[in-house]
Design a binder for this molecule. Structure first.
Ligand code: TNX
Length: 762
């Protein structure tokens, strides 16, 4: 979105406004269909079709399973009894036709909806994805005619790896809960389910050769309660025990296959292995004194390798996926320096340090997997001490590991902190259930781009895709799991499927709100959307007026002005809510919003502060276009300490301050100084387009507070300004993230954005 605005600033303001309007209209037209992920191309047709109660779904032999899937879906969700008919050549009159056509693009499909029929054609997965697009076009209220608007779609995925993980170790999730998770991800064309089956807090997969892995290792919370295992104080409660039998795993694999989802099993090694070691102590590291310390680390001896190879053999027999994830993260390698086994291994294999022991460990497992025709995936720590030759790297500690691996011509799945981490709260952390900080909003997820600018085109080809991760230390049940993962997973779906140039944050936000009808139909507890317009406001007006709207019909809100945070017992009102109150100094607005989804509620707060803003006493005629800036290159974290220092660079800009990043630890402080020129008395809104806000002052009054995440704590200066000029100053730390973002945004209240070239002066 920002780059789109940037491009437009270079043309005249009239063109700017016309172009914005045209873009908005075309976006709105496509958005009528609110399909997530956005199809490559979608054209509205004329008219619509209503699926009849006894509709026929015509299929070929190849598309029959997808036909049956659609039949089940219509039956379960709408009580519609469609018939599946298998043909060699599906007659053109058949109301729903699922045609198998060859395509070398996995997942590609076309869909044509006219007022007579729905026709979907594609390769295996493609037809299934076409059916998902159709499902999203159906009304979500039960009992209404199943009307679908005419349209033509041509679609195919951008990336082959569109992933979502699930940690079933920290809290166990039942087969049905796992199936529902897979079902919903498949609705959004996500195709890789990363099943984190083992960790310190529980071993969750039956292994015939080592029954204690589940007899003991799947009952960690039971043992912890008896005081026989350490206290599970990283969990939000006492944990949830359980494991999957092989039959259950086969059942889940089949269920996933029917939805074109492949399962990536993860068996953690050499760290995160406490549950396995508790079951089979011989696996664990012992220090040189022979005393057992808190053991999460596998001892790199022959017993362990044999054990893990046996385990992997059984895992490989179950899972058809060509990849097996072997973990590799956060290994406490220093333990090995005290382990006699590791020390003698280091001597024998000439390993210089513990990192090389890890590399040796992973490479040995890699060799074993290759001998079974499987490929190894590991977390980015497997780069340390030398990367196994055929390994695929999952980059979680930011993007650096993934970038390094892609440059070494290794396949990479991008799943970096913070964007892809759904154990973080998705809004203001004080108002959300406990999670790992800082918050990660759906907007931040959506803006993530898996093919980093640091990669050449050839290197970028090694990025297989991206994946959202959830870790369940603080996620005790399925409802809460759904709350944490959605709607953020929808952003992963769109950023991994849709063409990069089809990205549009505003349109996505609109489409996202349109998914809640489906969530309700599926009884799926996605976190509710925020009420828009609950912003921290700085204003010079004597009344505070706002209308709170909400996109979900039937939602209710409890709110207070300068009162306590409302709760379920406070009295509720329906949207829209009009607030119009006198403002003397400050007001705190607190809301508690509910909808029909599982009694879920979300809370929001905002502060409204009254200030006085005066016109500057300078002659507008003496001012030149643009705003003056100074760039300081320093190690100083605090801007106040730069007082009196000489800037490294100065200049004038009406858009972006051109900061050249040095790449080292130098901080680039930017100060801006000038005026806003107002030609017409009116109400204005001043905000910043930075994701992490700069400090902005108008007439020396702070109007935008620095360092806040725009998506988490929206700030808005609502100002009644008379004709004249107003002193504007500000500062921020320039970095890669904000280099293309818009520092200042000014618009007429409720109206169009103004063109900075015309109002910034110095
Ligand atoms: C790190 S992300 C982990 C997980 C934890 C998470 C939060 C990753 C590869 N490893 O095992 O659950 O932090 O504690």
């Amino acid at each position: 979105m920002y780059s789109r605005f940037l491009a437009m600033y270079n043309i005249s303001s009239l063109k700017y406004i016309l172009l914005s309007a045209a873009l908005f209209l075309s976006a709105a037209l496509k958005a009528q269909f609110h399909i997530i992920p956005q199809p490559v191309s979608i054209k509205a047709g004329s008219g619509s079709i209503v699926l009849a109660k006894n509709a026929v779904i015509g299929v070929n032999k190849e598309t029959e399973p997808v036909g049956r899937y659609l039949q089940d879906y219509l039956n379960q969700n709408y009580n519609l009894q469609a018939t599946v008919k298998v043909y060699e050549q599906i007659p053109a009159k058949t109301p729903i036709r699922l045609n198998n056509v060859w395509s070398n693009q996995e997942g590609a499909y076309t869909m044509h909806v006219s007022n007579a029929s729905v026709s979907i054609s594609g390769n295996g997965a493609g037809v299934f994805y076409g059916v998902q697009s159709l499902i999203q076009l159906l009304p979500t209220d039960k009992g209404v005619p199943l009307k679908v608007a005419a349209c033509t779609i041509a679609d195919q995925p951008r990336f082959g790896w569109r992933g979502l993980s699930l940690d079933v170790s920290r809290h166990f999730f039942t087969v049905d809960e796992v199936k529902k998770y897979i079902d919903v991800m498949a609705h959004y064309k996500l195709n890789t389910f990363h099943w984190h089956l083992t960790d310190d807090e529980g071993w969750r997969i039956q292994i015939d050769k080592y029954p204690k892995l589940t007899e003991v290792g799947a009952k960690i919370s039971y043992y912890a309660k008896r005081g026989e295992f350490r206290k599970l104080d990283n969990l939000i409660d006492d944990g949830r025990d359980g494991f999957y039998t092989k039959d259950e795993i086969r059942d889940v694999i089949k269920y996933a296959q029917d939805r074109f989802v492949t399962i990536l099993p993860e068996i953690e090694m050499p760290g995160h292995s406490e549950a396995a070691i508790f079951a089979y102590p011989q696996l664990g590291c012992q220090d040189s004194t022979g005393a057992k310390h808190r053991v999460r680390m596998l001892d790199p001896g022959e017993y362990t390798f044999k054990f893990m190879e046996d385990v992997l053999t059984e895992v490989i027999e179950l899972f058809p996926n060509q990849y097996v994830h072997i973990g590799g993260d956060e290994a406490e390698m220093v333990d090995w320096l005290k382990s006699p086994t590791a020390v003698s291994l280091m001597k024998r294999e000439h390993l210089k340090n513990e990192k090389e022991v890890q590399s040796y460990f992973i490479k040995r497992i890699e060799k074993f997997l290759l001998s079974k025709n499987k490929r190894l995936v590991g977390w980015d720590e497997i780069l340390q001490g030398g990367l196994a030759e055929s390994a695929t790297v999952m980059s979680w500690q930011g993007e650096a590991g993934g970038i390094a691996a892609a440059k070494m011509r290794h396949h990479v799945v991008m799943t970096p902190l913070p964007y892809m981490y759904f154990d973080a709260p998705q809004a203001n952390e004080d108002l959300e259930p406990i999670g790992w900080n800082p918050p990660v909003t759906w907007q931040m997820v959506y803006n993530y781009e898996p093919q980093s600018k640091e990669l050449t085109n050839a290197e970028a080809e090694y990025i297989l895709g991206a994946q959202g991760n959830i870790w369940n230390e603080k996620v005790p049940n399925a409802q809460h799991l759904q709350y944490m993962v959605y709607p953020r997973a929808l952003a992963v779906a769109e950023l991994t499927w849709s063409p990069k140039n089809e990205k549009n944050l505003d349109r996505f936000g609109w489409k996202m709100k349109n998914q809640y009808g489906l969530f309700k139909l599926w009884d799926f507890n996605a976190r509710l959307p925020d009420i828009d317009g609950i912003d921290d406001v700085v204003t010079n007006k004597s009344r505070f007026k706002v209308t709170l709207n909400y996109p979900l019909k039937g939602a209710k809100v409890r709110y207070s002005l300068n009162g306590k945070m409302p709760d379920a017992n406070s009295s509720a009102v329906a949207f829209p809510v009009k607030i119009n109150v006198p403002l003397k100094d400050s007001i705190g607005l607190r809301t508690f919003t509910t909808w029909t989804l599982n009694d879920q509620h979300i809370r929001q707060t905002a502060n409204v502060k009254r200030v006085t803003i005066r016109v500057a006493h300078v002659k507008a005629a003496n001012l030149k276009p643009g705003i003056a800036y100074e760039i300081f290159k320093t190690k100083e974290q605090q801007i106040a300490r730069l007082e009196g220092e000489k800037p490294a660079e100065t200049g004038v800009t009406s858009l972006v301050v051109p900061v050249k990043s040095t790449g080292d630890e130098t901080i680039n402080w930017v100060k801006i100084k000038g005026f806003i020129k107002i030609n017409k008395e009116a109400d204005y809104e001043l905000t910043s387009g930075f994701e992490v806000t700069p400090a902005l002052f108008l007439d020396a009054v702070p109007v935008i507070k620095p360092g806040l995440n725009t998506y988490v704590e929206h700030q808005n200066a609502l100002l009644h300004l008379k004709k004249g000029v107003y002193a504007l100053t500000g500062n921020y730390m320039a970095n890669k993230a904000n280099e293309n973002q818009t520092l200042i945004e000014l618009k007429v209240d409720g109206g169009e954005k103004l063109y900075p070239k015309f109002y910034l002066v110095h």
